[in-house]
Design a binder for this molecule. Structure first.
Ligand SMILES: C[S@@+](CC[C@H](N)C(=O)[O-])C[C@H]1O[C@@H](n2cnc3c(N)ncnc32)[C@H](O)[C@@H]1O
Length: 487
């Protein structure tokens, strides 16, 4: 007998009587995909229905053979070579177009793709850098024998084509000697010098920490909830939640699991927390935004920092979220509504009425960058960065920091931030700016932090904040606070 599979329905297709009931009871509109039955149910029941649907599909979770999973991983890795889309979105969309894959298949294929992205240098050194070779090397790293690999690459049905002579030769003859440091550290060889400048002798340890799985970090939205209450709430859902060590409103789920589950909790849907790495939360605190101020978030993206600033300002004052890309700004309004952050407005247009006289007490430039600080979460970024792209980014950073300065009123503060580890995007961008602008000076981040939080400065915080997974247990991040001297 087929089981019902309940999906969320369009509220307009639910009978009016049920809609009214639903609004009162904060419920969910659902449709049975088998019979077309439409109903409204309380949220607690909806969760159970989703479990039932999951049980129904669980039977189908093992539909692909191990060899077909390998072929899928190879196809995805080849696709990732040709796109600039984030890997998680690419993998999700790939499976959306291939409904035959069950949940275990999806998990196994995604796990292999990520294991290759994380250890690409090691695997390429062992076997070669095309997708097939990388997948073969990942099997060797798991302890598979050459015979077992040969059997998986059988060319039958959905399996990958037979091994070539060259692949067979490489399979049987590992490279001689020790792998070079960029292979051990899993970073592109051409970045060695720049990363050494950032970390010196600690480079190997830093890169090892960067290779570990990232936790899920949340920022409790103090406009809606308190951290202690949220910890109790999340633990009641069976999640191992703990306070972040440095950010006063942060919560960490160390296992890094439960992300999609968290998105479906009522806490998230009512704006009680946002997903935000602890370093990013610290960056927002270092803006030292106070109630009543006028703030410009000049590269606002999805508005993560604007929302944190609104909470710090207790929803008093104004925050203008600007981004050159209107698509990136699309989420800001709904997110601000959910978070109750009424002081945030978003615009992709420069110098409309919301810009006032065009200057602000605080200007945050959360600049587009290499993303090298987020390699734990998005390992594909390491392999996509090129010297030419890095050059483009540093030129853009120079333009944006200058523009931020021109928008900072005398007596105000310009905060320059990146999620990059690289000195050319961080300290050098600041040094270049200071050499062009005599009326600005750096305020030590540790002083700003102590004043804003009354707490000791986290590791990596002195004149600047330089976060890394090894030092702080966060993503890599850089923040510099620059005062516009008055008079
Ligand atoms: C690091 S992301 C911002 C992340 C965001 N602040 C947050 O916390 O979610 C950098 C953003 O800069 C934007 N950007 C790129 N060039 C820009 C420009 N010339 N002016 C303003 N924004 C720009 C990009 O579209 C991107 O959304």
């Amino acid at each position: 007998m087929s089981m019902a599979c309940w999906l969320r329905a369009n509220p307009r297709t639910i009978p009016a009587r049920n809609r009214a009931y639903t609004r009162r009871n904060c419920s969910v509109f659902a449709v049975d995909t088998l019979t077309g039955t439409k109903i409204a149910v309380p949220r607690s029941i909806w969760r159970g229905m989703q479990l039932r649907s999951a049980t129904a599909s669980r039977r189908e979770e093992d539909r692909m053979t191990p060899a077909a999973r390998l072929a899928a991983a190879i196809e995805i890795l080849e696709g990732l070579e040709k796109t600039s889309e984030p890997a998680d979105r690419y993998v999700r969309d790939w499976f959306r177009a291939r409904r035959y894959a069950g949940s275990k298949d999806r998990a196994a294929v995604a796990e292999r793709v990520y294991s290759v992205l994380r250890r690409r240098a090691t695997f390429a050194w062992r076997m070669g850098s095309d997708a097939r070779s990388l997948v073969i090397a990942s099997l060797l790293a798991e302890g598979e024998t050459s015979g077992a690999i040969e059997a998986l690459f059988s060319g039958a049905n959905y399996a990958p084509p037979l091994l070539s002579e060259e692949e067979r030769r490489r399979l049987l003859c590992p490279p001689a000697g020790e792998p070079p440091s960029h292979v051990k550290g899993e970073y592109p060889e051409w970045l060695e010098l720049e990363l050494r400048r950032a970390f010196g002798d600690a480079l190997e340890a830093e890169m090892q920490a960067m290779g570990r799985r990232a936790p899920v970090d949340l920022r409790v939205n103090t406009l809606r909830a308190k951290r202690d209450d949220m910890l109790v709430g999340l633990r009641s859902l069976g999640l191992e939640a703990e306070p972040t060590p440095y950010a006063p409103d942060g919560i960490r789920i160390p296992s890094g699991e439960g992300l999609s589950r968290l998105q479906h909790t009522q806490f998230f849907q009512t704006g009680a927390f946002e997903f935000q790495d602890e370093a990013s939360q610290i960056a927002a605190i270092l803006c030292d935004a106070r109630p009543g101020m006028r703030v410009l978030d000049l590269a606002a993206g999805g508005g993560g920092k604007s929302l944190a600033l609104a909470a710090a300002m207790q929803n008093r004052g104004t925050i203008l979220a600007f981004d050159i890309d209107p698509a990136r700004l699309r989420d800001v309004r709904p997110r601000a509504r959910r978070a109750g952050a009424a002081i945030v407005s978003a615009t992709p247009a420069k110098d409309g009425p919301e810009w006032g006289d065009g200057t602000f007490g605080i200007v945050l430039v959360d600049a587009p960058c290499s993303g090298s600080g987020t390699w734990r979460r998005s390992p594909e970024l390491k392999w996509r960065l090129t010297p030419a792209r890095l050059k483009e980014l540093t030129a853009l950073q120079t333009r944006l920091i200058d523009e931020g300065a021109s928008r900072t009123r005398p007596g105000g503060r310009l905060v320059y931030a990146t999620c990059s580890l690289l000195p050319c995007e961080n300290e050098e961008a600041v040094a270049g700016f200071l050499s062009r602008n005599a009326r600005f000076r750096v305020l030590p981040a540790s002083d700003v932090w102590r004043k804003a939080t009354g707490r000791d400065a986290p590791p990596g915080m002195g004149e600047y904040f330089r976060a890394s997974p090894l030092k702080c247990g966060t993503d890599g991040f850089f923040v510099c606070i620059i005062a516009h001297i008055d008079g």
